[in-house]
Write a protein that binds this ligand. Structure first.
Ligand code: HSE
Length: 307
């Protein structure tokens, strides 16, 4: 069996407007994770890049939690571990940094254990650790992932996922404001119940969204990305959200959404990435928010062992 492994995991944008907790897209921004098993009989964690100062290097580290979950499940007798995280996915911004950490830990540990766990088992474990499937599924499998979970009294029982790649190239411009927002805080502002017409609004947009992405009919995205379940409530947590959306659309975007739980805002497009990105930053600046932007496309591979 391997004693060392290196894994690359993509960031993800979840929800994609109406597909709350169900749709996610793997993006071409990556974290890398190195795992050295049977190392020095203790837990050693090194973090480089995004979150280097903020992520715990103790037992609370989320990569370690994921690694430990696999070791316990397969009965792997671990004699110490070293984890090196090389992070490019910004932390707590709605680009799936915690999902990437969980998936990276699970996939690396599974490789160390001789790949005893199936993709389905990894998805179930990742979903249970993260609490929802829409970031972990595309982080694992790449592409656009459609997910649903079966629950029981004991919580999440099984996650289901279908993934696909659109027939033509879809690009994304993600504007990353310089403040963080935890998923927990962003979920706390959501109502426990919503009007039936809002549920129907989202179901119809989600249906059109999946059809448009599957068929490459991106002209539908303007309407298909509309949402009434979470974005209207989260708007107050992201100053300038509507103005940034308008700026992206005015500069040629096909559609816009809050990325995951925010605060990143994402514009979908086939062209004009620079113009859209600069327009989004200007709109953020008009609301006293400093931001940067990344030009991304869809990652088709998901978590991948690179050595
Ligand atoms: N679907 C989740 C949410 C994504 O919107 O809260 C968080 O990463």
């Amino acid at each position: 069996m391997l004693n060392t492994v290196k894994v690359r995991v993509p960031g993800t944008t979840a929800n994609c407007g109406p597909g709350f907790d169900a749709i996610g897209i793997a993006c071409t921004i990556y974290n890398e994770l190195e795992l050295y098993a049977n190392y020095n009989k203790k837990l050693t964690i090194e973090i480089h890049g995004e979150g280097a100062q903020a992520i715990p290097t103790t037992e609370r580290n989320i990569v370690w939690q994921a690694v430990k979950t696999v070791f316990q499940k397969v009965g792997y007798p671990c004699q110490g571990i070293k984890i090196i995280m090389n992070n490019r996915i910004p932390l707590a911004r709605g680009l799936g940094s915690s999902a990437a950490a969980i998936v990276g830990g699970l996939v690396a540990a599974n490789a160390i254990c001789g790949n005893q766990l199936s993709d389905q088992q990894l998805l179930d474990l990742a979903t249970a650790l993260e609490g929802h499937p829409d970031n972990v599924a595309p982080a694992l499998f790449g592409g656009i992932a459609l997910s649903a979970v079966e629950t029981s009294d004991k919580g999440i029982r099984r996650a289901h996922c279908l993934r696909f790649i659109p027939p033509s190239l879809l690009k994304m411009v993600v504007a990353i404001p310089d403040f963080t927002l935890s998923t927990k805080a962003s979920r706390q502002v959501l109502p426990q119940a919503v009007p039936l017409q809002d549920a129907v609004f989202n179901i119809s947009r989600t249906a059109i969204l999946i059809g448009a992405l599957c068929q490459g009919k991106f002209e539908y995205l303007r309407y298909a990305l509309e949402d009434r379940l979470h974005q209207p409530y989260r708007k107050k947590l992201v100053p300038g959200m509507d103005a940034v959306f308008n700026a992206a659309m005015d500069n040629g975007a096909l559609g816009v959404a809050l990325s995951g739980a925010g605060p990143c805002l994402i514009a979908f497009t086939e062209t004009n990435m620079k113009r859209i990105g600069e327009g989004m930053l200007k709109a953020f600046a008009e609301h006293q928010i400093t931001a940067s932007y990344h030009e991304l496309t869809i990652d088709a591979e998901g978590a991948k062992i690179i050595s």
